[in-house]
Design a protein around this ligand. Sequence first.
Ligand code: NAP
Length: 284
Amino acid sequence: MTKRLGIFGFPLGHSLSPAMHGAALRLLGIDATFEAWPTPPDQLRTALKVMRQADHLGASVTLPHKQAVIPMMDTIDEWAREIGAVNCIANRGGKLFGFNTDAGGFIRALREEAAFDPAGSSVVLLGAGGAARAAGFALRRAGAQRLTVANRTMERAEALAGDLRQGRFRPGACGIDRDSLADVVPYADLIVNATSIGMRGGPAASESPVSADLISDRALAYDIVYAPPVTPFLREAERAGARAVGGLSMLVYQGVEAFKLWTGNDPPVDAMFEAARGAIKGSH
Ligand code: NAP
C-alpha cells in the first residue's frame, strides 16, 4: 500500500515541502507520496480524521493551523506543549502525535550552517509571531544568556518575553523602530529576523528590519525568511561584515527531523537541501 504524507496550510502558496520530502522518499525507495493539502480552517477537523487511516504516515502543519491542531492530537511532545504550536503530526496506529520540529530545526541550522553555539550568547529576536516563539524557546533551551524580543506590536513582544522568562533567564522587550533597536542590536552575538519583513510576496518584501550600521561585524545574522534566499536583512548584515545565514537551513532541518519521525529512516540531508533550493528557484 502506497503511504501518504502531506502538508496542511491555508493558503499554501508555493510550499517547498513536497519537493524536499518527495526527493527523500524517492532516494530511499520508500513507497509513499508527499502532497500539498491546502485546507481552510473549517475543514481542518475532517482532514485530520482522515489522517488516522493506516495509509497516512503523517503531515507537516503550517500557517494558520499550528495552534488549531493541538486539541485534535492524542499526544503532543514537550517542545510543542512549551511553544504552543505543532508543525509535525505522525500517525501511529491511528493515534495522532503532535511535534514541534521548528525549534530543533532552528538550533541545528545555527550549529551546522554557522557553527554557532547559542550557549552564553546575547540575542536580539525580531518578531513575536509563531516563528519567533519557536526560535525563542529553542534559544532558551540551548542556553542563550540574554535575549531581547523586538516587535512592531509592543504588547506581543512583551507577551513573548514574559512567556520565555524562566529562572535567571529574563528576556527584555522593545519596539522594532530604529531608536529601540540601536540600544540592543549593536551588542548582539546573534540577530534573528523572525518577522515577515523581506519575505517575497509579503507586506514589506524589499525592506530590512535592521540597517547595516547597527550590526556588529562579529555578529551572526540569521533570517528565518527563506524566500528569497538572500533577503534585504542578510544583505545589510553582509554590508556590516557580519556572517549571514538564510532560513532555508531551518526549513530543511525541521523537515529532516519530521521525516525521521514519520519513516524511522535517516533522512538524506544533502538531497533535501538540493530539492528545496531547486524548488525556491522554480518559484520565481
Ligand atoms: P506570524 O506568526 O504571522 O508573525 C509575523 C511576524 O512578523 C510578527 O512579529 C509581525 O509583527 C511581523 N510583521 C509582519 N509584517 C510586518 C511589517 N510590515 N513590519 C513589521 N513587522 C511585521 O508569522 P510566522 O509564522 O512567525 O512567520 C514569520 C516568517 O518566518 C515568515 O516569512 C515565514 O515564512 C517564516 N518562517 C520560516 C520558517 C523556516 O523554517 N525557515 C518556519 C516558520 C516561518 P506584529 O506582531 O506587529 O504583527
